[in-house]
Design a protein around this ligand. Structure first.
Ligand SMILES: Cc1cc2nc3c(=O)[nH]c(=O)nc-3n(C[C@H](O)[C@H](O)[C@H](O)COP(=O)(O)O)c2cc1C
Length: 359
């Protein structure tokens, strides 16, 4: 498995959904950075399950225990290690998935690759639960970036075909995003909650797109060709389970407009070079240009649904009907919003450390 990320910082994520614990190690972090534990817990609570009508009833506290790397509230330069103990598991719910893989989940590919030795309980290492340690690392990086004036915020841009107010790409409204259900328009938020409730009632699930903005980023972060900001962010965001596309700026719409519309013309504002539009999403040649960095990530509908579905019994070779037990989100998008922020924070902080070292 390849559960590590980063050039200057090195993040490793470990654990399985129903194992003893999940956790992370984060190496390469400078000494002397303050850690706001309360702020981190508030951030982790935004992802934790079982807190509202639109998420899985699996209730987990998601309280990290720090084992190393932080002394008296400051990083000490040693690798930071943290775990979250798994408390609310029902592994019996998953006993038949090695033989009868869930459509849309990783059960089949894991069975082929790990020859039956993988841990199927709760999705094992493929579970969305592994995004909790990602949020520990990302929550810390987010705090350290904020101290440098770099802020990250995300909202649900689309949910099952319904769109929220889009970010103003020149001045994204990250201060206006509510934390409980991260949607800018109150009316759309209500309608999105109804769509999720309808999917749950039908035994089905729905997907959506999360739009993320980074403000206060200096020009000059990122390295061509494969260390560019798009590559670094895409690599970590695609590591989030259920992500099917990542787009920067106007994304695929760039295919449908001429260069005269797509190019962001330069101007001077208060003595600083800016652009009049931000179609490129704040990145040119893989390098940040000082404008807000804007990207979006699309999540597919939750694979585990309550409706009977056809699968193959891999032991007998027979077609069979699968009825999925266990507790699942009818839509993972609301809980994935802080996860996308966390992934962005890790990628940006990694690039920031590199920029500082080479300046
Ligand atoms: C926060 C979060 C929670 C998730 N919860 C579930 C879940 O309850 N049930 C489920 O089947 N998939 C869930 N997933 C998605 C699966 O983990 C993912 O679809 C699966 O590992 C296959 O990977 P892939 O979709 O990237 O191919 C969740 C993903 C995230 C990010």
């Amino acid at each position: 498995m390849s559960s590590t990320y980063g050039e200057m910082l090195r993040l490793s994520i470990f654990g399985q959904s129903h194992g003893a614990a999940i956790g992370m190690t984060l190496d390469g972090i400078p000494a002397g950075l303050p850690v706001d534990f309360e702020g981190l817990q508030t951030f982790l609570n935004r992802r934790a399950p079982g807190q509202n009508d639109w998420s899985t009833p699996r209730r987990e506290e998601d309280r990290p225990e720090f084992l190393s790397g932080i002394v008296d509230g400051y990083t000490c330069g040693a690798p930071i290690a943290a775990i979250i103990k798994n408390t609310n598991t029902r592994s019996g719910d998953y006993s038949n998935l090695k033989d009868c893989p869930r459509p849309g989940h990783a059960d089949y590919t894991a069975q082929i690759k790990y020859k039956g030795y993988q841990d199927p309980a709760g999705g094992g290492h493929f579970s969305g639960r592994l995004t909790a340690p990602l949020c520990i690392a990302g929550g810390l990086c987010k705090q350290w970036l904020e101290q440098k004036g770099i802020r990250i915020g995300a909202h649900i841009e689309w949910l099952h075909g319904l769109n929220d107010t889009f970010f103003d790409r020149l001045n994204p409204q990250i201060n206006e995003i509510p934390t409980d259900f991260p949607v800018l328009s109150e009316y759309k938020a209500q309608r999105m909650k109804e769509i999720i409730a309808e999917a749950r009632a039908m035994g089905d699930s729905v997907g959506g797109t999360i739009e993320c903005a980074v403000t206060g980023l200096p020009a000059g972060l990122g390295e061509p060709m494969f260390g560019g900001m798009e590559s670094r962010i895409a690599q970590i965001v695609y590591g989030i389970p259920a992500v099917k596309s990542v787009e920067f700026g106007i994304g695929p719409s760039a295919a449908n407009i001429p260069g005269s519309e797509c190019n962001d013309e330069f101007c001077i504002q208060n003595g600083v070079v800016k652009t009049k539009t931000n179609n490129c999403g704040g990145i040119l040649g893989g390098i940040s240009n000082g404008m807000p960095l804007i990207f979006s990530a699309t999540f597919k509908p939750t694979p585990s649904i309550a409706r009977p579905q056809q699968t193959v019994n891999l032991r007998t070779g027979e077609i069979t009907t699968l009825e999925i037990k266990g507790r699942h989100d009818p839509c993972i998008v609301p809980r994935a919003v802080p996860v996308v922020e966390a992934a962005a924070a890790i990628a940006i902080y990694d690039a920031y450390l590199e920029w500082k070292a080479r300046k």
